[in-house]
Structure formats: structure tokens, C-alpha cells
Design a protein around this ligand. Sequence first.
Ligand code: URA
Length: 275
Amino acid sequence: MQQDNGLVEFLKWYVESGVDEALGVDPLDRLAPKPASPAPAAAVQPAAGPKLATAERNAGTDRGGSAELVSREETARSAREAAATASSLSELRDALASFEGCALKKTAKNLVFADGNPAGPLMIIGEAPGGEEDRLGVPFVGPAGKLLDLMLDSIGLGRDRAYVTNILPWRPPGNRSPTDAEIAACLPFVKRHIELVAPKILILVGGTAAKTLLGKTQGIMRLRGHWYTYESGQTGPPIYARAILHPAYLLRTPAQKRETWLDLLEIKHKLIKIN
Ligand code: URA
């Protein structure tokens, strides 16, 4: 039928444009007739005046509305409580698996917790799993992960001496950037993860991991190239931290590999010095 052909062509166009994932849990019929519009807002405004009415209506629906802030704070509190009770990596993994405060869990196929050796000197933290990581439940196994492995090999470190995880343990649909709310919900688990692993050096891969864990607002281009100390909640010494360009970015911009090579050499020298 002509109409079906049109839809098939439309879907093909989506796929060719790179749209190959459903973004929601429930299907949405965008062709269904729209419900009748609600009555104009002016007709239901209370005597308090238009300004107050607008603020009240927006509470809970605006990104920065007070109801949303309260619910974000509640989510962060429940994440902190769940993370704090974990006294081992397997307990932390279980706590994350039963955490309901991040909606990404609903669209992801798998929880992507960590890979590598937690007793090694390096802990590497990326942004979020991609498609391949989501399918396998293992971080950094797609094209960016393969480049990360080559980068680690170049300084004599493989996953037998490095431990790899992400800020978010669930894939954002279509590999979109994580939202501030998603990061805030998962951050207590990341912080506990660092406490439990207690690495000698933290490598923060890409801008999201670097800004989140260093508490900075600058972009990765400014953050890379320097040493920082990360204050873990533990009583142990502060952890050396270094931000590097994300391998996914390096795949698109190979000219920047030189800068990353210099960062990797710095990390190698620091490890020799502190061992
Ligand atoms: N990019 C990341 O930041 N993490 C992964 O695990 C894969 C790709």
C-alpha cells in the first residue's frame, strides 16, 4: 500500500540518519489524533495573581522547579544511603542493581559495572556505556574501548593492572550525553566505588568524568595536562588524578593523540615514582 511504503521509507531514512534505537520504554503513537486542548490557563488562575499562579504551575514541571529539586535531593539521599551500606565491590554492584533512582536503568539492556583488576594501581573512569558495552555488560569494549586498551598497552598497563568503570552504569538511549540529574543520581555510587578500590592513580576519561569528579567547570582541553588530587572519603591519602581526552574523541580527531600520549607518559612516570 502507498501509505505503508511511505512509512517504510521514513523508517529507512531514520536508520540512514543514525537513529537506530527506541528512546522510551513505552511506544508512542505520534500519528494518533491529539486530545482536545485544555481550557485557557487564565480561566483557572487563582486570585493570587498571574505571577504566583505561573510559579505554582511550573513547580514540579520546570527543570529547575522546586519539586524537581526536592525529588533530586531525595534520589541523591537514597543513592548515598545505598552506596554507603556497600562494604565490598560485589555489594556495591548489588546496590546499584536494585537502585531505582535513575531512569536509564529502564532503557538499558544491562548494568555495566566494571572490568579489570581492582587491585591494580590505576582506576579509569569514563562517561557512560555505549551500544556494545550495553549489550555485553562490560565497560569500554566497543571501538573507543579498543583504543583505550591500546593506549594502556602503550604504557605497559593492561586490564590486568587497571580497573575500568564509568560515571553512569547504564547506557543513555542513542548514546546521548548524560543529564545533570542522571549524573547526580549515580555519583554517590561512583564515589563509593573509588573508596572501595582505593587506586594509586585515577584516570578521568573525557570531560564528563573529569568535571564531575574534579568539581570543575572548565572543559577537558583545559583540564588535561595537569595533576590533581582527588579527596576520597576514605582516611587514606588523596589519590592522584589525571584527565585525558576521550578515546571516542581521538577516533574522530587523531591529530589530538599526541597530547594524550604525553599525558600517558606522565602517568607512567608518576606510577614509577610513587611505587
Ligand atoms: N565510552 C565510555 O565513556 N565508556 C564506555 O564504557 C564506552 C564508551
